[in-house]
Design a protein around this ligand. Structure first.
Ligand SMILES: *Cc1c(COP(=O)(O)O)cnc(C)c1O
Length: 384
């Protein structure tokens, strides 16, 4: 049975985004492709091999189950790095497969050590340090213990990386905090080196930091949202445009995803009538509305009630009233040639103008991340 909407992934757009990201990085900076959150909703199993085809050989995920999915579909030469949650009982599997992972407290370090001894292979660890986000990461005093443990067990624990995460690099409001984090990170690296532990790969930058703070590139960057064709925030986009040395200012990113559905029904509504549940939308004139079989159960956020935009026959039209669980209504009063079955683009679109107006980036950046990652796993992902 077919789902009520379809997701198409454009490999040319992906390739062009990755080339753009690469063009911003120095020659010796490695690109790690962040594919957590089901690859930002694109479907990890579908898109990870597409990203690999673009020459990327390093992938970052959040958890062990995501690592498992990536591991299944990627060439075994690719490096996989788990940045977040792992059950203690899954650590052995990571070590066996040579999958790398963040450690951020002594308990995790000890579990890694035990697993390495048991499996008979070193655990390849990335030491996450606390630099100011106050989420996960070793504080200085905990690092002292860790250094001891690593030195005593150098055949079992391989400190491959040193890493941290910035607390909001996408907004200039956090500039001072980010600068402090960079400083603290560099100091920590020097301190570790002096104490006999020298991680090979320093990595701190997400998309926003990679764009706005080149000194955060270090040995590797962990880039998520940019690959998929979205800016981490409007500020980062404007900052990028402002620094361009050309008059020809265009968005270099291309949306990889096109999410589309179809018109399920059409209705004429008289002026003065409410449309949908309750009183959230009152027809000010006679209107024609189309129903679309996509709602919040399919990942179309209720926040987009009376706000969202979709594309029909190349025209941008507004969502009318509240987004329902499985349906929404849009205003097609001014669109010609719409009938049952006409394609409706929810995200993306082929025409140049459509791409920038049809997506949700303009409404809210947070929504970019949230809406994409909430796209249900069971909508088929098709490659073009
Ligand atoms: C999500 C995440 C990234 C990538 O973030 P983007 O803004 O999508 O580039 C990088 N590092 C860590 C630790 C993350 O959790």
């Amino acid at each position: 049975m077919h789902s009520t909407s379809t997701i198409v992934l454009n490999s040319e757009a992906l390739k062009s985004n990755i080339e753009f990201i690469r063009s911003r990085l120095g020659e010796n900076v490695r690109l790690s492709s962040v594919v957590k959150g089901n690859a930002y909703g694109h479907g990890i199993e579908t898109i990870a091999p597409m990203i690999e085809k673009c020459g990327v050989d390093h992938f970052s995920v959040f958890s062990a189950d995501e690592a498992y999915k990536a591991h299944k579909v990627l060439n075994k030469k690719c490096t996989i790095l788990v940045m977040g949650a792992v059950y203690n009982h899954d650590v052995e599997w990571l070590v066996e497969q040579g999958i790398e992972f963040f450690i951020f407290d002594m308990e995790r370090a000890q579990v890694a050590l035990d697993a390495a001894k048991k499996v008979g292979k070193p655990a390849i660890i990335h030491i996450e340090v606390e630099t100011g986000m106050n989420r996960t990461g070793f504080t200085r005093s905990e690092l002292e213990q860790l250094v001891g443990l690593i030195k005593e067990n150098s055949q079992h624990l391989k400190p491959q990386g040193l890493c941290t995460h910035y607390a909001g690099a996408e907004s200039i409001a956090n500039h001072v905090r980010v600068q402090k984090q960079i400083k603290k990170f560099n100091k920590t690296y020097e301190w570790l080196k002096k104490n006999g532990v020298t991680p090979e790969v320093r990595h701190t930058a997400c998309s926003a930091a990679a764009m706005a703070y080149p000194k955060t590139h270090m040995d590797m960057v962990r880039v998520g949202i940019l690959q998929y064709g979205y800016w981490p925030s409007k500020e980062i986009f404007i900052d990028y445009l402002g620094k361009l040395k050309t008059e020809h200012k265009i968005d270099p990113l291309r949306r990889v995803i096109t999410w589309s559905s179809y018109v399920m029904g059409i209705k004429v509504v008289k002026a003065g009538e409410f449309i949908g549940y309750g009183t959230s939308y009152l027809a000010q004139q006679n209107m024609i509305i189309a129903t679309i079989p996509v709602g919040y159960a399919h990942g179309y956020s209720r926040v987009l009630s009376n706000q969202g935009r979709v594309l029909i026959n190349g025209r941008r039209v507004g969502v009318i009233g509240t987004v329902n669980m499985n349906m929404m209504m849009v205003d097609i009063t001014d669109v010609t040639g719409v009938s049952k079955g006409t394609e409706v683009t929810l995200i993306g679109g082929h025409e140049e103008t459509a791409i920038s107006v049809a997506s949700f980036g303009e409404l809210s950046n947070q929504l970019n991340y949230e809406l994409l990652t909430r796209l249900p796993h069971d909508i088929p992902r098709i490659t073009e």
